[in-house]
Write a protein that binds this ligand. Structure first.
Ligand code: SAH
Ligand code: SF4
Ligand code: F3S
Length: 492
């Protein structure tokens, strides 16, 4: 075990496995509430894509359990097989199509078993899904999960059932997501849905619809409830958390007064963050994703003010070159991004910064790729999710630009940025050797059962030999060694 734990490559893989957009094939077990009578049917749900999709699966499980379904973690046992899909890149969709083929066996063996597709790929393809994948009976988009029980009934009569209506209001605010497959310590809370940006490469605005913020009271309630049940970390989720805005007076929501923390009658992200942080000093608060164009100094000052707001910001760069950023319609340029990095370093000096990078976007030159790499050096990311550009049908880029960088060349560029990031993350981790951090223990290390794993405020994974501590506790851990993906230490 020791040798494995200290093997750079494996440890790096372990941490990159956490890759937010590429989590895949995880299942969820749920208990039906005692007050609800069983309908004798079992569902199985498998999720792909970003954290928001995983959070949605918890909402879906809650809706089904309340409609009388029991759950199973074996798809071969299920009467209803659900797959919650991602459409962000072509390979995400291919993975879903392959998986669907695997479900054929259940349809053959179990008469009446139904297959439903949920999520972003369902929304993107709509009825076309039924033509393209004969195995599919039900297609449901991200805003239509409440209709799932009715759609199942419809499908049971032998009809194909589809609901891909997007909504301007749906936030599933009062649905209490079930969390039975979780570690009981960390949880995700969706604070908003949809996205109003139109990044040229991105399919999300088409699959998730217009941006809307969830009532802050239901968010606080959910966080408080999690805390009462022993959870010690919540991550507030949205495609662009900095544009969170809620008001009971709907006419105020559209009027954005930038940089005003206390706008009469409006709760913005800085305010929401503060309210969640005030629930309890030992409840850690994280959030994702920050859009560079909207990240205000207010949010940074709030982070600095509260010890329990984790010092970690995911600030997707996409490209370090202003011409490419403009083509991407990111609405910031290199200087603006650099200014945001400077603001973080000044206001929250101990913050770690992570990012998303796309290489091989339409017409990107070698020099422009260098700009991305020099920005990586400038920002000193502790974590980076790096992607090859994948053209998505219907997006601005697909309509306006030619996807003209050859696949081989894209791969070479990806390898270059991965190599650079690997060196940088190793350097960053080496700089932590000798330091002590407060770590929230999340569980036993996957690599060695004699080790716990947890994270520091900066979101770095730390493993250390178990003593008498328990998951859910905070411990001071002194870092004694590291790989590019993991810190290794001992409790002090
Ligand atoms: N709302 C977040 C991103 C959500 S999608 C933001 O604006 O930062 C997660 C990441 O997937 C993006 O940051 C981007 O790096 C990547 N991505 C999105 N569309 C892509 C595409 N067509 N090809 C490759 N990567 C893509
Ligand atoms: Fe996609 Fe841009 Fe919205 Fe992020 S901000 S989800 S990249 S459109
Ligand atoms: Fe994928 Fe949809 Fe999330 S496209 S990344 S599951 S919002």
């Amino acid at each position: 075990m020791e040798t494995k734990l200290y093997n750079n490559e494996i440890a790096f893989e372990l941490s990159t496995k956490k890759i937010e957009e590429e989590r895949q094939g995880e299942t969820l077990a749920v208990e039906r509430p005692a007050s609800v009578q069983s309908n004798g049917k079992k569902f199985y749900i498998e999720s792909y894509g970003c954290q928001m999709n995983f959070a949605d699966s918890e909402v879906v499980a809650s809706i089904l359990a309340n409609a009388g379904f029991d759950s199973t973690t074996q798809y071969t046992d299920a009467d209803l097989i659900l797959i919650n899909t991602c459409a962000i890149r072509d390979n995400a969709e291919q993975r879903v199509r392959n998986r669907l083929q695997g479900f054929n066996i259940v349809k053959k063996n179990k008469k009446g078993a139904l297959v439903g597709v949920l999520g972003c790929m369902a929304e993107r393809l709509k009825e076309k899904f039924l033509e393209e994948e004969k195995i599919v009976d039900i297609v449901v988009g991200p805003d239509a999960y409440r209709s799932l029980p009715a759609l199942v009934e419809e499908a049971e009569t032998g009809q194909k059932a589809v609901n891909v209506l997007l909504s301007r209001e749906e936030t599933y605010a009062e649905i209490n997501p079930v969390r039975l497959n979780s570690n009981g310590i960390t949880a995700f809370i969706s604070i908003m849905r949809g996205c109003d940006n139109m990044c040229a490469f991105c399919v999300v605005p088409f699959t998730r619809g217009r941006e809307r913020s969830r009532d802050y009271r239901s968010i606080i309630e959910e966080a408080q409830d999690l805390y009462n049940r022993g959870y010690r970390e919540v991550t507030l989720l949205g495609q662009n958390v900095d544009s969170y805005r809620f008001s009971d007076d709907k006419t105020l929501v559209g009027k954005r007064l930038v940089e005003a923390k206390y706008e009469e009658g409006v709760v913005n992200f800085a305010r929401l963050l503060e309210m969640v942080a005030q629930i309890a000093p030992d409840l850690r608060v994280r959030f994702s994703t920050s859009h560079p164009k909207d990240m205000t100094d207010d949010v940074l000052y709030t982070m600095a003010k509260y010890n329990n707001i984790c010092k970690y910001i995911h600030l997707p760069l996409q490209s370090g070159n202003s011409r490419v950023l403009e083509m991407m319609n990111r609405t910031y340029d290199r200087e603006w991004y650099k200014n945001r990095i400077d603001a973080i370093k000044q206001i929250v000096p101990d913050a770690a910064i992570s990012t998303d990078i796309i290489v091989g976007f339409c017409s990107e030159t070698e020099d422009e790729l260098r700009d991305t790499m020099t920005m990586m050096e400038y920002a000193k990311y502790t974590m980076a999710y790096m992607f090859i550009y994948s053209e998505r049908p219907g997006t601005l880029a697909a309509k306006k630009y030619k996807d003209d960088i050859a696949e081989e060349e894209k791969k070479r560029r990806l390898n270059e940025v991965i190599q650079l990031h690997r060196i940088q993350s190793l350097e960053s981790n080496k700089a932590d050797v000798g330091k002590a951090f407060e770590v929230l223990i999340e569980g036993t290390s996957a690599r060695d059962e004699n080790y716990f794993f947890g994270r520091n405020s900066q979101n770095k994974v730390i493993v250390f030999p178990k003593q008498s501590q328990q998951p859910g506790q905070y411990v001071q851990v002194k870092v004694t060694d590291c790989t590019s993906g993991t810190l290794i230490g001992e409790a002090v």
